[in-house]
Design a protein around this ligand. Structure first.
Ligand code: SR1
Ligand code: MG
Length: 428
């Protein structure tokens, strides 16, 4: 559906429009094979916002993502700017040179139809589905940690001259309709009555009400919301949950950066960490007689540790080798004393990033249980009592991470406490 405000030339894609679009580009024609009458089109989008098509041909396939002028899962009553797809391609363009094939190959962007044509990642699946299925992905934490380190370091003031960074910051400051979604759905609505919210009821009624009456919690969430809006450290993906990652046993790719903006690095880290913790909490709901998922839970916690350790090592190495930006200008740190002082600054910087990661992970966990957009990790648990127990555990853990972040000075400490039941467990 379009409205009088929809830009001229825009229309939601159907098979005919899509084939005409792809025919006009030699690269996609070659990739699919020169017989458009043999091309097949499938709409496969299962996200909250967009249309996603897979187009197959005799020689190969492509993926096409198109913005709708509204939130797909809500319908036209919730209008949304088409520009999000512009920011998505701009993010890929900015970080692509630094992330060594960790994103999809982009074929072209169409500014009239607001769509992006890219490599069809196959046989990859969405990580969230793999985590629900109890599948292990060797090197997952390492790949995502390395991606975030590269994407954020190279777009930060540690690497870039201020002119380039400020221009990019100004560009992404336009992505306001998606920032509005995050501010409302992550930092505001879960903590108040809102008709957009839902939760597993009656199982979580008590904890939802307690949380919405908890003044200390609201203060903590307010602090993270303020940091989200003001700490413009680096260009972020902005929505790096386990639905924005596609995997095989040997390959990890980051997709869907339409929420890109300049913000705190801990926000991207926290999105991934929080979603791994949600997956951990959901495992009892996916256990079977053959696999009670205890060892699988340990694997998930192990990935949280390698994730942070890789991020930290990678980010520090980049800073040591390519600290060419206007923050901590290299010219000031040539003497041994100054170099030692800079090392202390780097450690302090990473402590702040880590604390941000813990706080944002907690915010991301709570919004997926009490807010508008839930996750399949819990939604696919059919028995509502089991689902409620899994969600409660996640809420209790997140609450502790928000109000007592000092207990979690590393993912290793977090993991040890989570598996021992001394964090986020009403039995503790
Ligand atoms: C209205 S959009 C809801 C959520 O879907 C996206 O994946 C983002 O996480 C957003 O908050
Ligand atoms: Mg998305």
């Amino acid at each position: 559906m379009t409205s009088p405000d929809t830009p001229a030339g825009y229309a939601p894609l159907d098979a005919g429009r899509l084939i005409a679009l792809l025919m006009g580009h030699e690269g996609t024609r070659m990739r699919l094979g020169e017989s458009p009458e043999r091309w097949t089109v499938r709409e496969v989008g299962d996200g909250n916002l967009n249309l996603v098509f897979i187009v197959g041909g005799p020689s190969g396939s492509v993926c096409v993502k198109q913005a709708l002028p509204y939130v797909r899962v809500a319908g036209p009553s919730w209008p949304l700017s088409l520009d999000r797809i512009y920011y998505e391609q701009a993010y890929y363009a900015a970080v692509g040179p630094h992330v060594r094939g960790l994103g999809p190959e982009i074929l072209f962007y169409d500014p009239v139809l607001y769509c992006l044509v890219m490599e069809n990642l196959t046989p990859h699946i969405i990580l969230r589905n793999g985590l629900i299925g109890g599948l292990r992905y060797p090197g997952l934490g390492h790949a995502v940690g390395d991606f975030i380190a590269r994407a954020t370091f190279h777009t930060s003031d540690l690497a870039e001259p201020l002119e380039r960074k400020m221009s990019r910051l100004a560009l992404f400051a336009g992505n306001q309709s998606l920032l509005r979604i995050t501010v409302d759905l992550v930092f505001t609505d879960p903590y108040r009555q809102s008709e957009r919210n839902r939760h597993t009821t009656p199982q979580l009624d008590d904890i939802a009400a307690a949380l919405r009456a908890d003044a200390a919690l609201k203060a903590a969430v307010g602090r993270w919301g303020e940091i989200f809006l003001t700490r413009a450290q680096a260009l972020l993906h902005g929505d790096l949950h386990s639905g924005s990652i596609m995997v095989t046993q040997g390959d990890t790719r980051i997709i869907d950066p339409e929420f890109a903006f300049y913000g705190p690095i801990g926000f991207d880290l926290g999105a991934f960490l929080g979603n791994l913790l949600l997956a951990w909490c959901a495992q009892p709901g996916h256990a079977t007689a053959e696999d009670e998922r205890a060892a699988y839970r340990d694997w998930i916690l192990g990935e949280t540790v390698s994730f942070w350790e890789t991020f930290q090592t990678s980010f520090l190495a980049l800073w040591q080798r390519h600290g060419t930006g206007d923050a901590y200008p290299a010219a000031l740190y040539a003497s041994p004393d100054a170099a030692a002082a800079l090392d202390r600054e780097r450690a302090a910087y990473l402590r702040v990033v880590h604390a941000d990661m813990i706080g944002f992970a907690a915010c991301k966990m709570i919004r997926r249980i009490l807010g508008f957009a839930h996750v399949a990790d819990f939604e696919r648990i059919v028995d509502r009592d089991t689902r409620g127990r899994c969600e409660r555990r996640a809420l209790e853990l997140a609450l502790e991470m928000l109000v007592s972040p000092e207990r979690f000075e590393s993912p290793a400490a977090l993991g040890a406490q989570v598996s021992a039941g001394t964090a986020g467990s009403s039995q503790s």
